[in-house]
Design a protein around this ligand. Sequence first.
Ligand code: EPU
Length: 432
Amino acid sequence: MSDKGDKFIIDGLAGQKILKGEIAVGGAKNAVLKVLASSVLFSDGFSLKKVPEIEDVFRMFDLLKYIGISVEGEKGSYVLNTKNISNQALVSDIAKKMRSSIVLTGPLLARFGKVTFPYPGGCVIGKRPVDMFLAGFKKMGATIEEKDNTFLVKAEDGKLRGAEIFFKQQSVTNTETFLMAGVLAKGKTVLKNCALEPEIESLGEFLVSCGAKITGLGTSTIEIEGGELLSGVGQNYTTMPDRIEAGSFLILGAIAGEDIKITDCEPKHLDSLINILRDSGVEIETGRNFLRVKNSGQEKFLATDIKTHEYPGFPTDLQAPMAIFLSQAEGESFIFETIFEGRLNYLEALARMGMRAKIIDTNRAIIHGPNKLESKEIESPDLRAGLAYLLSAIIASGRSVVHNVKYIDRGYEKIENRLKVLGVKIERVSED
Ligand code: EPU
């Protein structure tokens, strides 16, 4: 990759539904990043399998190395060793750019009694505040100083104490951060109004297998009995399948597939998407670990409304890819983004491609379909909208250029190679 990054050049299918074949789903970014962060809770280390080879994972590796954790391995299998860990302030550029770095604060504070971290960055999809993290740390007996956009959090007497924390809003990274903090806190921590995303349960179950005392996983109340450092000797975390990637492939199959089988996935994590697509007229077969979408070429999709919601509702991370599906459905579809304000701006570039999309306000938009899309040069604004742009370029007529591939690379492993197998005409080219 050059310094300027890469772009994708895509020759669109002009509405033909001709993609065919099998595509395997990779390990879930938002699961493995948190399991990597949990290594701070370990006296020794552990190994991981099915780790997606994506930029966010490599950046998390860099952060772990920065605090003295060794990371060895390749091609999805890695071993972490924590014996030389030290409490470095998380002020590196990586922490500033990657939102998920915030989950390291819980285990670092719980293990060392203090943590320094910058206001975290990540995709530009709304305000993304940190108030709930700060409120939770205070509940566990910590004090907070803020200077130049950097927080210094210190536990009273060097040890967090168990507490009851009611999250004012369901939050994935808050639930994970305090789940991990509770493992080394003194006494019992009770988390209420927890997020229910399956990545949290996957993290919690792994910690339990390594000695943590956690009950209530998969429910909105989680209890953690604090104890000693965990041990990962002989433990192997196998990354759960990425439900957002699987859902994106399902949408691709609906709008451009003749017969696509999506393997290595967990269909039960996609109930909301599968039901909405079926109601719109998409034929989907589900198996224990696969999804198949077939098109006779005759079907018309019906417009439908979507409202993003915490799991098991419609995932905000599939909202942008779903907009491409809605652009192919007949009638007026309403999108209500309830998790992040400002996650609809990507629609402006799609309107240039011919999508009849109207942004009503920061959270609501209307799409009037069906639309014939035309190729354009577009720039990915973030990871999920970037994937949506790939979908739009694939179904458009003509040659599109998608810039800012670096965002797509944050979450999807070698996406072009995998799409090519289905018949997508896509090339990665350096921006030089
Ligand atoms: N919120 C607060 N205060 C806080 C933290 C969050 O008000 O201190 C609010 C947010 O502004 C938002 C809501 O809580 O309105 C829920 O956000 P949440 O905290 O659940 O989001 P997150 O944990 O920052 C994770 C994923 C996102 C995914 C969301 C929702 C990671 C690293 N990120 O973010 O994934 O969209 O949950 O499911 O797990 C992505 O992968 O592209 C991505 C953005």
